[in-house]
Design a binder for this molecule. Structure first.
Ligand code: BGC
Length: 248
């Protein structure tokens, strides 16, 4: 079985598992460790090292890390939801420095989007697919005919003078105790703006909240088909793992 190890760094937890590259399924139970506060490069790297050991990752296995920030060749360009000391840091170099493990890094939403295209809701879909993850922030992956256009950061488009994720992320629904109806109105605005800007063929909605998709997706009125993600909370892990294996 061809395996790779995927790590998904989130605002509340850092999760990892070995992934079966043929099926895109987890090859072991997913392990989760709380995101350290502050989530500095050193603190996050140490948790990643701990996950690698806990999961008994065999030597030589490709390791991919999905981080919630845009990265140019691995260097963090800006950081919305983890410690600001990540800005300007090369993710792979930092993780190797603090743990000794060599990894590949990718934006978390790009990883999730790539996994949905490879194994999930956008499989065999041609044309322009936008995968969004609704969580602490809003992440996006733009995939055109199966090719990922990285770092799109569509969670930060400005709508009515506001950063979109600060109005429509799943964390905002929880924090502000918004009803599904009220939150869906915000999502309506968000997805209609993306629709107007990109004319996509498909939207895929991921993030933990997508397991409640029947509570909000049917309330949206869009010309673009919109589907819940299929890999749900494993997409980041799976995408990071397959991208790491591909780059090796
Ligand atoms: C970050 C993105 C990330 C998204 C989801 C945004 O705030 O800027 O890089 O993909 O949150 O975690």
């Amino acid at each position: 079985m061809a395996l790779a190890f995927g790590v998904d760094v989130g605002g509340s937890g850092i999760k990892g598992a070995l992934v079966d590259l043929e099926t895109g399924e987890l090859a072991q139970e997913r392990q989760k460790i709380k995101t350290p506060i502050p989530a500095t490069p050193k603190a996050v790297a140490e948790v990643i090292g701990e996950l690698i050991r806990k999961c008994e990752v065999p030597e030589g296995t490709p390791i991919g890390v999905a981080l919630p920030a845009p990265q140019r060749h691995g260097t963090v360009m800006f950081m919305a939801n983890l410690d600001q000391s990540w800005v300007g840091v090369n993710v792979c170099d930092a993780i190797e420095k603090y743990t000794g493990y060599k990894v590949r890094s990718v934006n978390d939403a790009d990883a999730a989007g790539y996994a949905e295209v490879a194994y999930g809701a956008a499989k065999d879909n041609h044309g322009v697919v936008i995968v969004t993850t609704l969580g602490t922030g809003i992440g996006s992956a733009l995939v055109v005919d199966g090719v990922l256009v990285p770092n799109t950061e569509l969670g930060h488009i400005e709508i009515d003078g506001h950063d979109a994720e600060q109005k429509a992320a799943a964390s905002v629904r929880e924090k502000k105790k918004l009803s599904w109806d009220k939150w869906a109105k915000r999502l309506q605005k968000y997805y209609s703006t993306l629709q107007m800007l990109f004319t996509p063929d498909l939207f895929v909605v991921g993030g933990g909240v997508s397991r409640h998709h029947e509570k909000f997706l049917p309330k949206l009125d869009l010309k673009t088909p919109i589907k819940p993600a299929e890999l749900r909370n494993t997409a980041g892990i799976v995408g990071a793992a397959i991208l790491a294996a591909k780059d090796k």
